[in-house]
Design a protein around this ligand. Structure first.
Ligand code: ADP
Length: 378
């Protein structure tokens, strides 16, 4: 039986494993701590640091092909697995060109794609120089290891610089600064690209962020075709620019003048693609597996006019003890997903609800009604 090794054992690896089982595949989960959401679903759970030579070698012997569920794996780990002789997707080179946001933006800009104005900054004085050139507000970002906004700070004026620099530049982290984009909407596009370079884009979706965390995804984005075509083409070209193989989540900004700018991409299944499980002919998870195995890509079309996904986010810290599931499941048309995380933290992604419908409004009211009923901490 073909075994897919996955670096990481969170909910993305869990949903990849669910798709793998349907295709007659097994997954090997390599996570830093035991009892991860995906580790619990497989017989092949390897626990330890990703960069520990002996553990990595043990993982390698169990796998026929390797992928990842989070981009915080060092590209050197992927390079080691490639040298060992395994097919690894995304490749070490692709990961290296994404996991540093400065390198990523350089790559996307070099491909001729529109990005917000940005520059590397090594000192607070260089942020002030950037402000003189680009104007306030600015967004200060850690070049590596940021997620759900934890590596970002919006600077409205010089007054915000000190605390933001202190927080983000801690431990010598490298930073970049970019112009604040006065976007009207945030969009995202899942793009799957095969080993042969064939690409398919899923419908362009609208994502709604609160405190930098995705709350709601509306599919398809309620926009004129000319705009969605522009967004989809930008996303496909971005994935080609990093020679990506597998599924990629590409995040975009839509401006009032109908321009679309690139924000960032994730080289893996993405929260903005969870709706594809019920709403598309082939889910993002199945298409990722097809792509990394060199199999034919599946149809990315939607099966209903509209779908909305609402995240179940932790409201307070505590042991996970989901309640009112009966009530949520009694909402007709609500598809409930819980990730089985043991601990709830404020803002942590604990699950999601997807609903399909004849319109975005109908789907959103179903998904929100069910999501509002679930209590995560009991
Ligand atoms: P993360 O890697 O933490 O997801 P992002 O760079 O995607 O970080 O930023 C998270 C959110 O912060 C974005 O979804 C957007 O809402 C906001 N944001 C990021 N960059 C900018 C920008 N240049 N201008 C305005 N808002 C931004």
């Amino acid at each position: 039986m073909t075994r897919i090794g996955i670096l990481g054992g969170g909910q993305l690896a869990q949903m990849l494993t669910q798709a793998a089982i349907s295709l007659g595949l097994e997954t090997v989960i390599f996570e830093r701590s035991p009892d991860s959401p995906a580790g619990r679903l497989t017989q092949h759970e390897i626990v330890g640091p990703w960069d520990d030579g002996a553990t990595l070698a043990r993982f390698a012997t169990c796998c026929d092909c390797v992928t990842l569920e989070n981009e915080f794996v060092d590209a050197g780990v992927l390079a080691w697995l490639e040298d060992y002789g395994l097919p690894v997707y995304p490749s070490a080179i692709t990961l290296a060109s994404i996991q540093d946001k400065l390198v990523q933006k350089n790559r996307i800009a070099a491909a001729g794609l529109p990005v917000p104005a940005y520059r590397a900054v090594a000192t607070p004085a260089e942020v002030l120089e950037a402000a003189a050139a680009l104007g306030w507000p600015l967004v200060l970002k850690a070049r590596r290891d940021g997620y759900d906004g934890y590596g970002n700070a919006t600077l409205r004026s010089e007054r915000d610089l000190g605390p933001a620099w202190e927080r983000l530049a801690r431990n010598g982290r490298a930073l970049l600064v970019e112009a604040f984009v006065p976007f009207t909407n945030e969009l995202a596009v899942m793009v799957v690209r095969g080993r042969d370079g064939a690409t398919r884009a899923y419908p362009v979706v609208e994502t709604v962020q609160q405190n930098h965390i995705c709350h709601v995804v509306r599919a398809p984005a309620p926009l004129p075709p000319a705009l969605t075509e522009q967004a989809a083409s930008l996303a496909v070209r971005a994935v080609e620019a990093v020679d990506g193989v597998g599924i990629f989540g590409v995040e975009l900004f839509l401006l009032a003048d109908d321009r679309v700018l690139y924000n960032e991409m994730a080289p893996r299944p993405h929260n903005s693609g969870h709706y594809t499980i019920e709403a598309c002919v082939t889910s993002q998870f199945e298409n990722h597996l097809r792509a990394v195995l060199g199999w034919p890509l599946g149809d990315t079309a939607m099966r209903s006019p509209a779908a909305v996904m609402v995240n179940l986010l932790g409201g307070r810290d505590g042991a996970s003890n989901p309640q009112a599931l009966r009530q949520a499941l009694a909402v007709p048309g609500a598809h409930l997903h819980l990730y089985g995380k043991r601990e709830v933290r404020v803002g942590r992604k604990m699950g999601h609800v997807t609903a399909l419908g004849p319109s975005l409004a109908a789907a959103e009211s179903t998904a929100r009604a069910a999501a509002a009923l679930v209590q995560l901490t009991g």
